[in-house]
Ligand binder design. Structure first.
Ligand code: A4P
Ligand code: MG
Length: 209
């Protein structure tokens, strides 16, 4: 089965945490794509900038076991769940799993907020340029969003080794990064969760349960 996962971190050694997540996912399947690394303005409460990326994984484990793997990888990076949307050393979310549509308390597929977030869509498109989710191409969802808050900071091999510094972008001086408008504005521009659950006619496996 093909799955797409979103990686995010904004505490500690962000790049190392994301690279560890890629390695951990490789242990439960075959990595078939890793996006560039993006530095992104936070959506949610005031907090430091994130690094984000998306991974394509071919795996034989089911979505619940994959979620379990995500939680284990987060815990290995010292993740403690406190504030929703708060800062974290690692967040691993399942964006899409073989076209499944699920709405359970612990797992919603496709990820209900993915299509309203530039920090997800830009890297996702790199690894799935022809992707269709929620009845539309990923490209369509992306152009609904304001083109701000996301800057590519390392190429697609960032996870293979230490490489050069991860970021040319710097948090704006003073408290400017705390502005909630830039990240949240993206979310206001598109219809959200309800659109994600629509059937997707052109993507293999979509709608299967
Ligand atoms: N859950 C349900 N569906 C899924 C899924 N498809 N994948 C449940 C993963 N988890 C899923 O997640 C909360 C609950 O969602 C879990 O119990 C899980 O079973 P969490 O990771 O514990 O908490 P969270 O991440 O704070 O909440 P949430 O709602 O998942 O947040 P998001 O939507 O993931 O947003 N800004 C930038 N720039 N970059 C980011 O990466 N990330 C977030 C988190 C906020 N702002 C960000 C970023
Ligand atoms: Mg999460």
């Amino acid at each position: 089965m093909r799955a797409y996962l979103s990686l995010g971190a904004n505490l500690g050694d962000r790049r190392a945490a994301l690279a560890a997540a890629v390695a951990g996912l490789a242990a439960v399947g075959r990595i078939t794509g890793v996006s560039s690394l993006f530095e992104t303005v936070p959506v949610g409460p005031p907090q430091p900038l994130y690094l984000n990326a998306v991974v394509a994984l071919d795996t034989s484990i089911g979505p619940r076991d994959l979620l379990e793997t995500c939680r284990r990888l987060e815990a290995e990076q010292g993740r403690r769940r406190t504030v929703r949307w708060g800062p974290r050393p690692l967040d691993v979310d399942i964006l899409w799993y073989d076209g499944l549509r699920w709405s359970r308390p612990d797992l919603t597929l496709p990820h209900p907020r993915a299509l309203g977030r530039r920090f997800v869509l830009e890297p996702w498109l790199e690894v799935w340029p022809e992707g269709q989710v929620g009845g539309r191409p990923l490209r369509w969802w992306l152009v609904q969003l304001r083109p701000t808050g996301v800057s590519r900071c390392a190429g697609a091999d960032w996870w293979r080794g230490p490489g050069p510094a991860t970021s040319s972008a710097r948090p704006p001086a003073g408290d400017a990064w705390r502005g909630r408008d830039r990240g949240e504005a993206d979310e206001r521009l598109v219809p959200r969760a309800e659109a994600v659950g629509r059937p997707v006619p052109t993507t293999a496996g979509v709608g299967r349960r």
